[in-house]
Design a protein around this ligand. Structure first.
Ligand code: ZN
Length: 463
């Protein structure tokens, strides 16, 4: 018989029906799916999950994260983007990784995401070999996260791949991976292709890579328009002229595009991943959230890298909101006027982190909102915690105040993966030991990191 859960008496934000959002409702989950949403549902044979005192939201969707970097977390507090690229891409750190390292790295990073209420993530993966690809996927699989595994070029010898005139094509191994792991789209893991795009390889190479993504029916994601790349490239305009813009293309950052290019992105239903905190910290440029929203583009959020920041989307929602309001408020102030109306609103930002993210990843029929017929990816936030209690504006509270510490329960595809603040069925002491072993190995092979002070704690927490 089908497994049924009744999520009882939560303050529910469906992002499906605005009239109901913020009301006390029940949700019925059957197998993978949401079967009913309403007040006082009575389902005798369902296991009841008491959500009283909780705010229930759709699972968060992170559309841009290099998950493997979980094992070198926080090494880059002082790193600019160029420092980061020098160490990881061109300096050799990324080349030290063995398959077992990227397996544990992806597992740890995916568990971090789940723990903080991220139920879907696009893993913008750099793949050193077919064995690495298998291990990266295994890590995601074991975490039981919903993910797009976006297959990228190798970190080992990245310089040959990532140059303006590179004619090296995307690794052919992507075809094997598609066949072996992604022949069905009716599963938690789906396929993406993480290509370099027109600003990091030759133009013909970029077009060929996009064609490969389409052949594999994979979401095609590329970094574009940030730092000193972009302002003079008119990449979006050129891609439109080449007739290749479409909803399966995801552009990352886009800080330096021309105004008309944001419109072109929206016109063709392409999505953009804004990673506001990293962009502001590391030198990508100013987050473009407002320009995208203004054009009605599919605007989404991502953590990007945990070498400098934490891996939760609550922070990114706040960063995006604050950055955009600061930008617009400053324009008003420059005219000698106090800002009255504020740019963006909380609902829009939460949509960026849920429904828009799902759309960007081709998963809008499955997740992104709490609607009957969708798969049950949802998060219960403890509303009795200091930062949320008393509850006055549930949606506003989620966007302006919530954090990973409020995440009590997480369901992915109808399965509880976190309950009562603890991940379900995860041997954390064992995993921590493996994470440290990998971290130690990487640092023994790559000695270019200065000023960091790695510590061993796995045994301490086990004791
Ligand atoms: Zn990135």
């Amino acid at each position: 018989m089908a497994k049924r859960y009744l999520i009882k008496s939560g303050i529910v934000i469906t992002l499906d029906d605005p009239a109901r959002d913020g009301k006390v409702l029940d949700l019925l989950i059957e197998d993978r799916w949401i079967r009913a949403v309403g007040p006082n549902l009575s389902v005798p044979d369902a296991e009841v999950v008491d959500a009283s005192g909780m705010i229930v939201i759709p699972g968060l969707v992170d559309t841009h994260r290099h998950i493997w970097e979980s094992v070198i977390r926080n090494v880059g507090a002082e790193w600019s983007l160029t420092t980061y690229l020098r160490h990881l891409y061109y300096g050799g750190l990324g080349g030290t990784l063995r398959p077992q390292d990227v397996y544990i790295a992806n597992l740890w990073g995916a568990l971090e995401a789940i723990n903080s209420g991220v139920t879907t993530v696009l893993d913008w993966s750099m793949v050193n070999s077919p064995e690495h690809a298998d291990a990266l996927i295994q890590g995601l699989e074991e975490a039981s996260i919903r993910a797009v595994f976006a297959y990228g070029t190798p970190l080992l010898g990245a310089g040959a791949f990532w140059s303006r005139d590179s004619q090296l094509r995307h690794p052919e191994d992507a075809r094997r991976v598609k066949q072996r792991y992604f022949s069905s789209s009716d599963q938690l893991l789906t396929m993406g292709l993480a290509i370099r795009g027109p600003e990091f390889c030759a133009w013909e190479t970029a077009l060929a890579d996009i064609a490969l993504a389409r052949e594999l029916q994979a979401i095609c994601t590329m970094h574009l328009g940030f730092g000193t790349w972009g302002p003079h490239d008119h990449s979006i305009r050129r891609l439109e002229e080449a007739g290749v813009l479409g909803p399966d293309l995801n552009f990352v950052h886009c800080n330096t595009l021309q105004p008309d290019e944001y419109r072109r992105i929206a016109d063709h239903g392409c999505s953009v991943s804004v990673t506001p905190e990293i962009e502001m910290l590391m030198g990508h440029g100013y987050p473009c959230t407002g320009f995208l929203v203004e054009q009605g583009a599919v605007t989404t959020l991502g953590v990007d890298v945990v070498t400098s920041i934490a891996g939760d989307l609550f922070t990114q929602m706040r960063m995006a909101l604050a950055a955009e309001r600061a930008r617009v408020n400053n324009q008003t102030l420059a005219q000698g006027v106090m800002p009255e109306q504020l740019a963006l609103n909380a609902r829009t930002i939460l949509q960026c982190a849920t429904t828009h993210g799902a759309r960007a990843l081709g998963l809008e029929d499955k997740v992104g909102s709490l609607a009957v017929g969708k798969e049950a990816d949802l998060v219960l936030l403890r509303a009795t915690d200091f930062n949320l209690f008393p509850v006055n504006d549930p949606l506003g509270a989620v966007v302006t105040s919530a954090g990973p510490h409020n995440v009590d329960t997480v369901f992915i595809a109808g399965r509880p993966v976190k309950r009562h603040g603890q991940l379900v069925g995860v041997d954390l002491p064992r995993i921590r030991q493996m994470v440290e072993a990998t971290r130690d190995y990487i640092l023994s092979q790559y000695t270019g990191l200065e000023g960091i002070a790695p510590q061993s704690l796995a045994n301490a927490v086990q004791a």
